[in-house]
Design a protein around this ligand. Sequence first.
Ligand SMILES: NC(=O)c1ccc[n+]([C@@H]2O[C@H](COP(=O)([O-])OP(=O)(O)OC[C@H]3O[C@@H](n4cnc5c(N)ncnc54)[C@H](O)[C@@H]3O)[C@@H](O)[C@H]2O)c1
Length: 324
Amino acid sequence: MSVLITGGCGYIGSQLSYILSDNNINHTIIDNLSTGSKKLKNPKAKLYKIDISKKKKISKIIKEKNIKCVMHLAASILVPESMSYPEKYYKNNVINLIKFLDACVDSKIKYFIFSSTCAVYGDIKKNKIKENDIKSPTSIYGKTKLIGEEIIKYYAKKYNFKFVVLRYFNVIGSDSKLRTGPLKNTGHLFGNIIDSFLKKKMTFNLYGTNYKTPDKTAIRDYIDVEDISKIHLEAYNKIKQTNKSYEFNCGVGNGYSVLEILKTFEKIINKKFNIIKSKPRPGDTEKLVCDNQYTNSVLNLKLKNNLFKSISNAINWKKKVDEK
Ligand SMILES: NC(=O)c1ccc[n+]([C@@H]2O[C@H](COP(=O)([O-])OP(=O)(O)OC[C@H]3O[C@@H](n4cnc5c(N)ncnc54)[C@H](O)[C@@H]3O)[C@@H](O)[C@H]2O)c1
């Protein structure tokens, strides 16, 4: 059985592609390279540079390659941008998703694995978030992903395929073998810190300093990009074995505040940052930590935090990119 990865030239999709190759899983990539890059592409995978909305072309590729499982990562992904340009997010994450699903059902795929996000839970006041907790997104990005989940469930029932919804928490790190990683700083915490360090600025914009958390900064659950890829692999095995649909929260089960992350970086690089306190950005929330018991038990995983490894890989990858 062959797999299709959409967004396979992006940060997470390219890592997933390498992990699938490492496990001898034959796959094809579709990516319009809007935020992705050929530089991240796994040389073992064939890339079609097209948009997910191109129903006829995609349907043809799926049939020709005998693809039965789709891992759908292609999306617009930035919370602040989604608040400024909602139409872009509704178009890409909802309308294009529907066009893409039409292509998938036309060519009779059996399994659909969807990259969703903890942003669907919004500003939930819970210590740890379970899969069936209330979903009330505060950002347009989160809303479009939740609508995406609902559309997939509807299509799955109507057209008789199974799905896995993977709600990633904050994805960090880079490939241990430094084959891929983030190319641009998209304004996420790790990118901001590493950029400031490598450009020798050593300043850090701390967004939100008045949250009801022990050090008043926002708390998140950080999961390494290699672990996210392993979850995809196990989800793929599970859906094939059981022919059932699933929803999994994907995090390590403990939270770190922004200040704690910054201090861990400071220890590793042995340098201090000059902190500039700023207001939270639109769509930001106080605390999002994953309850991963269900994911760990069903997929037989033991997800743990290894911040040191994630930070070191991320710095080494960025150094490698900057050297080129
Ligand atoms: N990065 C995170 O921390 C995080 C957290 C939660 C969920 N996610 C989800 O993971 C997925 C991948 O995110 P990422 O961080 O790798 O982002 P990314 O921007 O690096 O990757 C997205 C890829 O999809 C491609 N793409 C976008 N729209 C497309 C379209 N219409 N047609 C074809 N290709 C298109 C882009 O060119 C890019 O290669 C997204 O669905 C995102 O919502 C990411």
